[in-house]
Design a protein around this ligand. Structure first.
Ligand code: COI
Length: 355
């Protein structure tokens, strides 16, 4: 079958430039694709293990029109970032957690998954091969996007006979056009992101296009993103299209409990750990929308988004504003999270992996 690009070993490739940095306007990155030099690719055609992967030039891939991912959405993605520290070191943040999450997602979507070791090594190789695209310290990061997809042909509904694991990367800055300014969220009670028994708890590609309708509508009305409610009672908050959500009330931090409809965010988990270390009480529980409207603070977390303060939420025509600024709990947690990434705060948990 003709389902994957030819795999060129990296030794045959020569970098486009020996310059330390690619020619990029690092001050105006935003979150849009800037193709880099290399991608990583490997396949699994039968059995559970993937072939040894290789870096190849970044470019289009060839897929059968009947590939499982194209016809039935058999696909997963991940997101992780590589950073450049002031001392020049290149670092990754908890890529093993992405590997573990991909394994859970692969199990849910009936695909084999790369081992944790293969995943982490592949992320390292991709980041290193594209190191001239890792922004200068403080200017952003290299967003690394691992994909796992049913690339083999299927016609009747069933798991694809071949899967491809691919990683590409792009330098990025702030996810939202607001930059670091607080977000204005809209609670949509018409569309839902996930439902019980569905796949909302894993990072399948099928969780993302269905929210585009609500997201584009909210953006056209000037909102930053949409906060979804649970699909059964339509009264408890779940997550935002692109990230998890937290509320703070009287210094107690709450976030929706994961239970199949909430993505187990790596940033979510890290912020919970940091908050506990800082002595906060953290509750993972059901959060009725009324509690959100009465919260002191609201913030979002995600790999792409980072930790973003929410300035307002609008629900059924009512807009509520939240506490913002340096004294906020979210700011305190965010500075620790960033401090660990930058190396200003000791990494006692072994979260940082040097490339
Ligand atoms: C991430 O935070 O890495 C994500 O996958 C969210 C995506 C919508 C950009």
């Amino acid at each position: 079958s003709r389902t994957a690009p030819s795999l060129q070993p990296v030794v045959e490739l020569s970098p486009d430039s020996d310059d330390e940095y690619a020619d990029v306007d690092w001050d105006n990155l935003g979150f849009s694709l800037r193709p880099t030099d290399y991608m990583y690719i490997t396949k699994c055609s039968g059995g559970d293990s993937f072939e040894e992967g290789h870096l190849s030039r970044y470019g289009n891939i060839e897929l059968s029109p009947s590939a499982g991912v194209l016809n039935y959405g058999q696909g997963l993605f991940e997101g992780t970032k590589a950073y450049r520290r002031e001392n020049g070191r290149l670092c990754l943040f908890r890529p093993d957690q992405n590997a573990i999450r991909m394994q859970a997602g692969a199990e849910r979507m009936c695909m084999p998954s790369p081992s944790i070791h293969q995943f982490v090594e592949a992320v390292k190789q991709t980041a290193f091969a594209n190191k001239r695209w890792i922004p200068p310290p403080g200017k952003g990061s290299l967003y690394i996007r691992p994909l796992l997809m049913g690339s083999g042909p299927v016609l009747g509904l069933g798991p694809a006979p071949e899967c491809t694991f691919l990683i590409y990367a792009s330098p990025v800055g702030n996810y939202f056009k607001e930059g670091l300014a607080p977000l204005n969220l809209f609670i949509d009670d018409e569309y839902h992101r996930a439902t019980r028994g569905g796949a909302g708890g894993v990072k399948t590609i099928t969780n993302y296009s269905p929210v585009l309708k609500a997201l584009t509508r909210a953006k056209s009305r000037g909102f930053s993103d949409v906060l979804y409610l649970d699909s059964v009672y339509k009264k408890n908050i779940e997550e935002v299209s692109s990230c998890n959500v937290f509320i703070v009330k009287d210094n107690v931090i709450s976030t929706p409990a994961t239970g199949g409809t909430i993505l187990e965010g790596v940033t979510r988990k890290s912020i919970v750990d940091i908050a506990l270390d800082h002595g906060y009480q953290v509750k993972e529980q059901c959060i009725p929308v009324e509690e959100v409207m009465e919260a002191d603070e609201v913030f979002c977390t995600g790999t792409a988004v980072g930790v973003a303060a929410v300035g307002s939420i609008t629900y059924q025509g009512k807009r509520v504003e939240y506490k913002m600024g340096d004294q906020c709990v979210s700011q305190e947690l965010f500075s620790t999270y960033m401090g660990i990434q930058k190396g200003d705060i000791e990494d006692k948990k072994g979260w940082i992996l040097e490339i």
